[in-house]
Design a protein around this ligand. Structure first.
Ligand SMILES: [Zn+2]
Length: 435
């Protein structure tokens, strides 16, 4: 799928987000989210919407355009002759339903009711501290830097027999604050690694005996905290705008801020501080990017990085480098695509919903992104495998995924990771491996 309508996309990103007065909670009461069918002609639909203020949720607009509308725009759009489905009739109500499903979590590591609701930042910290305590001889809490507002970018380092020092598997969750499904998915995989090892599960033991895991579930803690306290749809970090920019527009998109190919393609990110994909003033000028990159380089200079995954939502994609140029194919693309295909197939076969994931090189499958983590961790961090995984769904609920879908989403990803971790050995790709 090829999409080439980036300029209007970036413009629309800048337009629709309500900017609250400081410390006020942003209300989405009466806001509607529509999925408009584009039938392969998104530009025609955009023309029809040209007088409308909206925020676009999706990047894969070939078939549909997911848009957030404020109450005063709804009637105008409904009067247009467009084919659409309603994703959220009243986004404010969907968000309220999401946060009122209170957790009955017992504050114990093995209690799976943790995955029945979403949790705030403090609870996430405690969850990882408890996980560490349940695996005391094979793990340590780590820090991958400090956020702009001074929060610790905490994580866990896990290892198996023979102590630490094996090639690294690095997971990043929640770089985009509103993508709440990503942190519980990363936590669930961590829980499976820890409990599987503790219970003597042979396959899990083989993963930890072969690789050191570095798992950072919330790499954008300021944005994440803000998405809980103030604006459920916040995406970026909370860094102030540059001095010469619009002073009401906060945040850099950490996933457009990495050093590698930061400025390689004008279509890959925005230079407008008000845009959701604002790249920053200079490569790696977000404190979060600096801290994350430091660990990437340490791992590279240690035993190397075997696998990197940056977890996002939504759309159900498994994307490999390169993002910054849609016509550029890395020499390893064949093995990356083969591995992604097996992960996709495993997820589909393991899930009751038969969840399907589209896979391929990022730029060609979706469209260009500059300064994104997977390109950097491959090119600078020399990761052997480097992916973005966009989790559920494909546009029924988008970012505001109901809590009852946390468990199935996490369970299918653990199945996918088991398949992937089993095939990272080079021998698999040398001969006639499974198709
Ligand atoms: Zn994202």
């Amino acid at each position: 799928m090829k999409v080439s309508f980036l300029a209007p996309f970036l413009a629309s990103l800048a337009a629709g987000v309500p900017t609250p007065p400081k410390n006020d909670v942003v209300s989405y009461d009466g806001y509607k989210v529509l999925r408009i069918n584009t039938h392969g002609h998104p530009s025609t639909i955009r023309e029809e919407l040209s007088g409308i203020t909206y925020e676009q949720w999706n990047r894969d607009v070939y078939k549909h355009l997911d848009i957030l509308l404020s109450p005063d725009q709804v009637a105008t759009v409904e009067a247009l002759d467009l084919e659409y489905q309603v994703m959220h009739e009243n986004l404010g109500e969907s968000i309220a339903a999401e946060s009122t499903s209170r957790s009955v979590w017992k504050r114990e590591v093995g209690d799976l009711s943790w995955y029945d609701s979403y949790h705030d930042y403090q609870d996430h910290i405690q969850y990882f501290e408890d996980l560490q305590k349940s695996f005391p001889n094979n793990s340590e809490l780590i820090s991958s830097g400090t956020s702009y507002e001074g929060r610790n970018i905490y994580g866990l380092h896990l290892w198996g027999a023979g102590g630490p020092g094996k090639p690294a598997v690095l997971y990043h969750g929640n770089v985009h604050a509103r993508e709440w499904i990503t942190s519980p998915v990363v936590e669930y995989i961590t829980l499976q690694l820890v409990t599987g090892y503790n219970n003597g599960d042979a396959q899990t033991r083989s993963f930890l005996d072969k690789y050191d895991f570095y798992i950072v579930p919330i790499v954008n803690p300021d944005g994440f905290a803000y998405s809980h306290t103030t604006d459920r749809l916040w995406r970026k970090n909370r860094q102030p705008p540059p001095k010469n920019g619009n002073q009401s527009c906060f945040g850099r998109d950490i996933n457009r801020n990495w050093e590698f190919a930061w400025d390689a393609n004008p279509l890959g990110a925005s230079t407008n501080p008000c845009s959701q994909s604002y790249k920053g003033e200079a490569p790696s000028d977000a404190p979060e990017t600096q801290g994350l990159d430091k660990l990437v380089r340490q791992l590279r200079d240690g035993a190397g990085i075997k696998l990197y995954i940056d977890w996002h939502s939504y759309g159900q994609y498994i994307l490999s480098p390169f993002g910054y140029k849609e016509t550029l194919y890395a020499p390893e693309l064949g093995k990356w695509t083969k591995a992604a295909g097996i992960v996709s197939e495993t997820i589909r076969d393991s899930s009751d919903a038969r969840t399907t994931f589209t896979f391929g090189p990022s730029g060609a499958t979706l469209y260009p992104t500059t300064g994104a983590a997977p390109d950097h961790v491959y090119s600078i961090g020399r990761a052997e495998f480097s992916y973005t995984i966009e989790l559920r769904d494909t546009g029924k609920f988008g970012f505001v995924l109901p809590p009852e879908l946390i468990r199935p989403t996490a369970e299918e990803q653990w199945e996918g990771q088991k398949a992937l971790l089993s095939l990272l050995d080079e021998e698999f790709f040398d001969g006639e491996g499974p198709a």
